[in-house]
Design a protein around this ligand. Sequence first.
Ligand code: T5A
Length: 208
Amino acid sequence: MSSNGKFIVIEGLEGAGKSTAIATVKQYLESRGHQVVCTREPGGTPLAEQLRTLVKQADLQEKVAPETELLLMYASRVQLLTNVIRPALAAGNWVLADRHDLSSRAYQGGGRQLGDSLLDTLRTAVLGDTRPDLTLYLDIDPAQGLARAASRGELDRIEQEQLSFFQRTRAKYLEIAAKEPNIVVIDAGQPLIQVQQALRQALQAAGV
Ligand code: T5A
């Protein structure tokens, strides 16, 4: 927990509606007088954006090992935490993040089936005591989310994974959310207007 600004994260599978949710939450926070800094992961700094391009690249001529993928995500995250998130919180801004550490736990821990101990070691080393105050997880059936993502055009390397990968990822998201009280599950399969209402209710319930 930060004693200055607060750190809010939006999570979910591809096509869950994270970009749309960011706009809703940003407007809500700004209407309450908060200065909001938006981030995305992987990415959000010049080096981290290069890592994002690499990790999403679909036409690599080699297999990407799950551990490589995980380390690239955390390399990007260290840059963002160090150069953007911590300075913004310390300056009293609120940080609104499009994905953060929970994505690695769900995609690499659940989807890629990497062990908890590797994830826990990296999390401890990279995050320190910078943890989200609130995470809004947009839960969607993977087939529905991927259909939304596919309607926008070409799929990146991760989006080209089998449905079973996204089913494992979703199961991990839900498993973690059931255990951690600062993660709120929002049904993202509803019409947009209802998702937006659920987001505002979750923010109100959290006292934001
Ligand atoms: N990744 C990331 C990891 O594996 N590990 C990690 O640690 C991290 C940080 C990042 C990729 O990297 C992986 C996960 C990802 O594969 P990304 O671009 O950040 O990639 O994430 P995506 O999930 O691919 O982003 P998308 O843009 O696909 O998803 P969004 O933002 O959730 O979806 P959005 O808001 O653009 O909406 C998609 C479409 O659906 C419509 C929207 O209008 C849009 O057309 N829509 C709705 N339609 C009907 N009803 C609703 N309720 C709707 N909400 C949105």
